[in-house]
Unconditional design. Structure first.
Length: 276
């Protein structure tokens, strides 16, 4: 337990999600605020059992060879959208969402083709076409030259800690959860804290997840303990592992509409987790 707790504490202290500023148009790098990692609500994927293996938790988790912790900070805009950026300092009377993700994952991708690069317009190239067999689809074999960019999609499982924050005093460090807790005690911020599992469930998991609560040092400590406990149960045979699409990496910039288009594409054509 100490190992898992220290793992999350170290991650919170040292993690940062520094992404380049995002453009209103794809070519306007000076305004870029959406480049980089974007957590998304977990979405369904399909699992390809290439060798028709008997699948248990060990096999599923073994097909997700990478692990990381990512911290993403977003300002809530006037229209309710999330604007992810590189700043980690809160401004008074602004709302923010701070998301700490632990993910165990494999990487899939989809291709995009620019329609009007100046206006930031693009389309996602389809990955499948209807087969001659009823209710069946075949993959489209594309060359390396197809499309103008490739968008990585992270497929796996994980844990997510989300802090929804209203800043009362400018200068709050949003990049450190312990700093957030201290500022909440000083009434420099107010908000709620939520722990969410991504593709991890079961009776042994549900009882561990804390209810959403106000932000303070105690609730942050309890959330970290819950994350460490759940992570320790990943390989437990009673834990239900359901791979999900948990994030994307935006290389092309654009507004929140870009991410919404990515999400729509993932829902239309599910990403794939290959099991060898």
């Amino acid at each position: 337990m100490k190992i898992h707790l220290s793992f999350f504490i170290a991650a919170i202290v040292f993690s940062s999600c520094n992404s380049v500023k995002i453009p209103k148009t794809l070519g306007d790098t000076s305004n870029a605020s959406s480049y980089g990692y974007h957590p998304i609500d977990p979405l369904p994927v399909w699992t390809e059992n290439l060798q028709e293996r008997e699948i248990d938790n060990g096999v599923l988790l073994g097909s997700m060879p990478d692990e990381t912790i990512r911290l993403a900070i977003a300002e809530v805009t006037s229209d309710g959208a999330l604007k992810f950026g590189s700043s980690s300092v809160g401004v008074a009377n602004h709302n923010y969402v701070v998301i700490l993700d632990y993910i165990k994952y494999s990487t899939d991708f989809f291709r995009v083709e620019f329609i009007n690069e100046e206006k930031g317009e693009f389309k996602v190239l389809p990955r499948y076409e209807k087969s001659e067999i009823e209710n069946s689809y075949d993959p489209i074999i594309r060359s390396t030259d197809d499309g103008d960019a490739v968008v990585p999609v992270y497929v796996g499982v994980g844990l997510r800690l989300t802090a929804n924050i209203m800043v009362n005093k400018t200068g709050v460090d949003l990049g450190n959860l312990f700093s957030i807790g201290a500022n909440a005690s000083s009434n420099n911020i107010a908000g709620t804290l939520t722990v969410q599992t991504l593709g991890i469930s079961g009776d042994n998991i549900s009882s561990i997840i804390p209810m959403p609560s106000e932000i303070n040092p105690t609730t942050i400590q309890n959330a970290i303990l819950a994350l460490g406990t759940i992570k320790a149960k990943l390989y437990d045979p009673n834990t239900v592992i359901t791979p999900r699409a948990v994030g994307v990496y935006n290389y092309i910039g654009g507004s929140s509409k870009t991410i919404n288009k990515f999400v729509s594409s993932i829902l239309i054509e599910r990403p794939k987790l290959s099991i060898y």
